[in-house]
Design a protein around this ligand. Structure first.
Ligand SMILES: Nc1ncnc2c1ncn2[C@@H]1O[C@H](COP(=O)(O)OP(=O)(O)OP(=O)(O)O)[C@@H](O)[C@H]1O
Length: 230
């Protein structure tokens, strides 16, 4: 599970306060809100990449607020995958394990296991240049899952993909959720992604975050979309 309690974040003139939400173990939450509302700021604060001015973050009931990013047990899929261009797919997926001082053999075994899970075994020795958008996202998901994190945070992972590649990744995420327990916080602007992936929607509007079960959100989505256009 992941829980944010009364987060306060200030960066330049932008401020968020009273950010409260909880995602239960195995739950998939989509974070929505119009551009500039602070979605990436919240996600990166959770991952330890932005400073907090107040509040607490818990993962599996453990207070991780003061921990470094690598100590938080959170896998991160950044916007546009952001793969390491000089490394092979195998090395990208083993990166977090190398930092954690796994042996070369254990890293190789894990990279191969992930590649099989993500249907990218044939790409293990390739570098990111030339991979398709969908392939890059699979590698980024593998890199994020490599060290068995409790929680995975994804920043618009599917936004640059065409519809059929998106459908493939919905199926992949569906399959992953059956095979391994995934607790996810996923930023998106796309209702289609919400309908296909979310159990819950966290909606950020004018600095306030509200949580809605998917079924409630879909019923009131028109109201929310009208708000977006204001
Ligand atoms: N380092 C910074 N210093 C000052 N302001 C910042 C900084 N980083 C982000 N901001 C501002 O914080 C606000 C929220 O940005 P953020 O990227 O979190 O929004 P977002 O909801 O993720 O937007 P988008 O949907 O466009 O990705 C924006 O107004 C942005 O300009």
């Amino acid at each position: 599970m992941i829980q944010c309690i009364d987060l306060r974040i200030e960066q330049g003139d932008f401020r968020l306060s009273g950010v409260d939400f909880r995602i239960e173990t195995g739950e998939y939450a989509c974070l929505m809100g119009k551009t500039g509302s602070g979605k990436t700021t919240i996600l990166e604060a959770v991952c330890g990449l932005r400073n907090l001015q107040g509040g607490k973050i818990l993962v599996d009931e453990r207070d991780i607020t003061q921990l470094k990013p690598a100590e938080r047990g959170i896998g991160f899929v950044p916007q546009d995958a952001a793969l390491f261009t000089t490394m092979t797919v195998r090395e990208n997926m083993g990166f977090a394990l190398k930092i954690r001082k796994w042996s070369k053999k254990a890293i190789d075994t894990r990279a191969e296991e992930l590649a099989e899970l993500l249907d990218i075994s044939h790409l293990l020795n390739r570098k990111p240049k030339g991979l398709s958008g969908g392939e890059k996202q699979r590698v980024a998901i593998g890199r994020a899952l490599s060290f068995y994190p409790s929680v995975i945070c994804l920043d618009e992972p599917l936004s640059a993909l065409d519809d059929s590649t998106k459908q493939e990744l919905y199926q992949l995420i569906y399959r992953l959720r059956k095979d391994i327990q995934i607790t996810a916080l996923h930023i998106t602007h796309a209702l289609d992604e919400v309908r296909n992936l979310a159990d819950k929607v966290l909606y950020l509007h004018q600095g306030k975050l509200q949580a809605h079960p998917l079924s409630d959100f879909l019923q009131i989505e028109k109201h929310f979309m009208a708000k977006e256009e204001r």
